[in-house]
Design a binder for this molecule. Structure first.
Ligand SMILES: Cc1ncc(COP(=O)(O)O)c(C=O)c1O
Length: 386
């Protein structure tokens, strides 16, 4: 058997990691400014995390959701604290699954159960994952299979409040919108920051129309922007937050934080692996380390420093983002900057828009010195040889 060939792969095999550094099979060292695609939140090989997962594995690897899993309650408590999710109407609820797409799939389904409606409003440029509902709400026809086309999703342009109002009106004529799903900062689209006014309009219109506000925080959440949820910058609360990537620091996990007014019913949602003991201890360690080590503050500080220095670099047309979710749009002669950074400077970065945007998504405890290493490498690659 061989692998189904779906990825563009760099010919590098990463075998170990420590903090923001990873090492290949030859022992060569790379600075990870990509965080393994926004997944590594507290650093590679973080000690408390490794001890928690290894300790749990040595006691019990898995037992099903048919018994009390105390690690779930511990995670709910740690996530509630670090995210600051509180409400006068009761307690927020946590549902655990295994990936980002699965989190969005469950959120959309839950919104439909809750409202009895089927229409969903999504934003141009959105990426919500590759399962049926998630991919239907994703603005990329190339990854939507015929079987995923339901006709239930209305796309509205990025940051356009008038168009959002029209989308609600269009949904109203067909039974009403069950949900709006929105990334406060779009990652795959090239680090596109929704204006706070747009997110406030989402909140207002969801309230007016009885729709569920789903904040997809899979890439922009988990403290990456300097606040736990990127939506927090708009000072609004969503009804459902979907999480994945950073919450497990590499342990596969997805989660939904669900507002108290959305009521559960037995069997409404379910999963075999979601909320397993190993994932829960991993995510609890992540939440505790973020809080204990003030990593959101570090993300804000180092992110601000990086952005201000990146803005001075010739060859970068636009720098956007918040905290450690940074996009650099390159001038038209941008060709293969990410590849040059990787093979010439040994710095991992992400890309978007076919390489026109480089994405910096490092661990939240990346240091200012490490940021300087990345900046020097970017300057070197972008400075034309004299
Ligand atoms: C905003 C957003 N939502 C959903 C997903 C899907 O997550 P997963 O790949 O874990 O299914 C991603 C993945 O990149 C994402 O960036």
């Amino acid at each position: 058997m061989k692998m189904f060939d779906v990825y563009s792969i760099h010919d590098i095999s990463i075998v170990t990691g420590s903090g923001s550094w990873v090492y290949d099979a030859k022992g060569d060292k790379y600075l990870d400014m990509y965080g393994g695609h926004a997944v590594i939140s507290i650093g590679h090989g973080q000690r408390d995390y490794v001890e928690a997962v290894a300790g749990q594995l040595s006691r019990l690897g898995f037992y099903s959701n048919s018994v009390v899993i105390k690690q779930q309650a511990e995670l709910a408590e740690a996530l509630g604290r670090v995210s600051g999710l509180t409400s006068e109407d009761g307690e927020w609820q946590l549902f655990l699954c295994n990936s980002g797409a699965e989190a969005n799939e469950n959120a959309l389904k839950l919104a439909s159960f809750h409202t009895g409606r089927r229409k969903v409003i999504s934003v141009g440029g959105a990426f919500h994952g590759r399962t049926s509902l998630a991919v239907a709400a994703t603005d990329n026809p190339a990854i939507v299979a015929p079987i995923n086309e339901t006709g239930n999703v209305i796309f509205t342009p990025f940051n356009d409040i008038a168009a959002l109002e029209r989308a609600f009106a269009a949904a109203a004529s067909e039974g009403g919108a069950a949900a709006v799903i929105v990334e406060a900062i779009q990652g795959v689209a090239g680090i596109m920051v929704e204006e706070v006014e747009f997110l406030r309009a989402v909140r207002r219109l969801c309230d007016e129309h009885g729709a569920v506000y789903i904040a997809d925080e899979i890439q922009c959440g988990c403290g990456r922007t300097g606040r736990y949820f990127a939506t927090d910058w708009a000072d609004v609360q969503a009804d459902i937050y979907t999480m994945a990537k950073g919450i497990g620091n590499g342990f596969p996990m997805g989660a939904l934080a669900i507002a108290p007014h959305i009521k559960p019913r037995k069997g409404m949602l379910g999963t075999t692996f979601g909320g397993n003991q190993l994932a829960c201890v991993a995510a609890t360690a992540v939440a505790q380390v973020i809080e204990r080590d003030s990593l959101m503050q570090n993300a804000a500080d180092v992110g601000e420093y990086l952005m201000s220095e990146l803005r001075k670099i010739h060859g970068i047309k636009d720098v956007r983002g918040r905290g450690l979710m940074i996009g650099c749009e390159l001038n038209p002669d941008y060709e293969s900057v990410a590849t040059k950074l990787l093979f010439g400077q040994r710095v991992f970065v992400g890309t978007a828009s076919g390489g026109r945007v480089i994405r910096l998504l490092p661990a939240l405890n990346v240091t200012r010195d490490e940021a300087d290493v990345a900046l020097a490498a970017i300057r070197k690659v972008l400075t034309p040889a004299c």
